[in-house]
Design a binder for this molecule. Structure first.
Ligand SMILES: NC(=O)c1ccc[n+]([C@@H]2O[C@H](COP(=O)([O-])OP(=O)(O)OC[C@H]3O[C@@H](n4cnc5c(N)ncnc54)[C@H](OP(=O)(O)O)[C@@H]3O)[C@@H](O)[C@H]2O)c1
Length: 269
């Protein structure tokens, strides 16, 4: 069952498995013969996944913004004796625009999904991993988590800084080498999140990544026991270069970059 310390034929839980990066993860694990617990709100996408994968995709319709639905989901997993080997907290959304233009409801839901649900599932499954003495966690943060702030996506950047910090803090507390924890920090990726069509031309090709490449890299880095996974050379370079840029200039450059996404429909709840 174990191959170089990494369990094969895993049971993998993925939140937000119905599209984008989460779907790319689900497809990858199903192809390699693992079983995937797929979490999302969209029943028809979940149904499609389980039809394609047969018994190897187990769908759960859960709105992660609703605490009672998370409780019910965790209870359901226990009753069916599903104890995932690897948990990928991937579901999330953002809002693009000036801070004051989104409603408070949108920010409350963003906190519920991007922060509270990630925190609850991390806590729950970390306890389970401690009991079993093994397990894996990939929390999907973002390169946004490395930057000082994200003008035009202010609240979103703040939520991703939380995910990065939570994950790295926990990884540093954990002393069991059989429990591996990685913060996956993708840069801009071609998914419904950016709401952009895929114009395979410069400059987009410079910094955009495909969801499949993000899933592959995230999984490889997790297998290697890396604390952080940053897919794409451009994102890796920017993460290092940014420390030489003065704060005000950095925020201005981020604002310019975010403005390029203007008009895109960053997925709202
Ligand atoms: N795309 C990027 O440029 C980028 C860059 C860095 C980080 N990320 C992060 O990557 C993760 C995945 O995003 P993506 O780019 O793949 O976007 P996406 O294609 O819009 O997928 C988002 C996923 O989250 C799920 N989700 C959203 N709200 C939910 C809720 N209340 N309850 C349950 N599931 C919910 C959606 O499922 P349902 O619609 O079925 O609920 C969907 O499967 C997010 O955490 C995002 O912040 C994305």
């Amino acid at each position: 069952m174990f191959d170089n310390q990494v369990k094969v034929d895993m049971l993998v839980l993925i939140t937000g498995a119905t599209s984008g990066i989460g779907k790319a993860f689900a497809d990858m694990f199903i192809r390699q013969g693992d079983t995937v617990i797929c979490v999302g709100r969209n029943p028809s996408e979940l149904q499609k996944l389980s039809e394609i994968a047969g018994g190897r995709a187990v769908p759960f319709t859960v709105d992660l913004a609703i605490e009672s639905e998370i409780d019910h989901f965790l209870q359901n997993l226990r009753e069916r004796e599903f104890f995932p080997d690897l948990v990928i907290n991937n579901a999330g959304f953002g809002f693009h625009g000036l801070y004051e233009t989104a409603g408070q409801d949108c920010y409350d839901r963003m906190e519920d999904v991007n922060i509270r649900a990630v925190s609850r599932l991390t806590y729950h499954f970390y306890q389970e991993f401690l009991r079993k003495g093994a397990g894996g966690l990939i929390n999907v943060a973002s390169v946004a988590g490395f930057y000082p702030g994200g003008p035009l996506m202010t609240q979103y950047y703040a939520t991703k800084a939380f995910v990065k910090s939570l994950t790295l803090g926990l990884a540093a507390e954990n002393t069991n080498p059989a429990i591996k924890i990685t913060a996956l920090c993708p840069g801009p990726t071609w998914t419904g999140f950016t709401g952009m069509q895929n114009p395979r031309r410069f400059p987009f090709t410079l910094y955009m990544t495909t969801p499949e490449a993000v899933a592959r890299q995230g999984y490889r880095d997790w297998q290697k026991g890396r604390l952080v996974s940053v897919p794409g050379m451009f994102n890796k370079i920017m993460r290092v270069l940014r420390i030489f840029v003065p704060l005000r200039l950095e925020l201005l450059l981020i604002r310019r970059f975010q403005a390029r996404l203007k008009g895109s429909s960053i997925n709202t709840p």
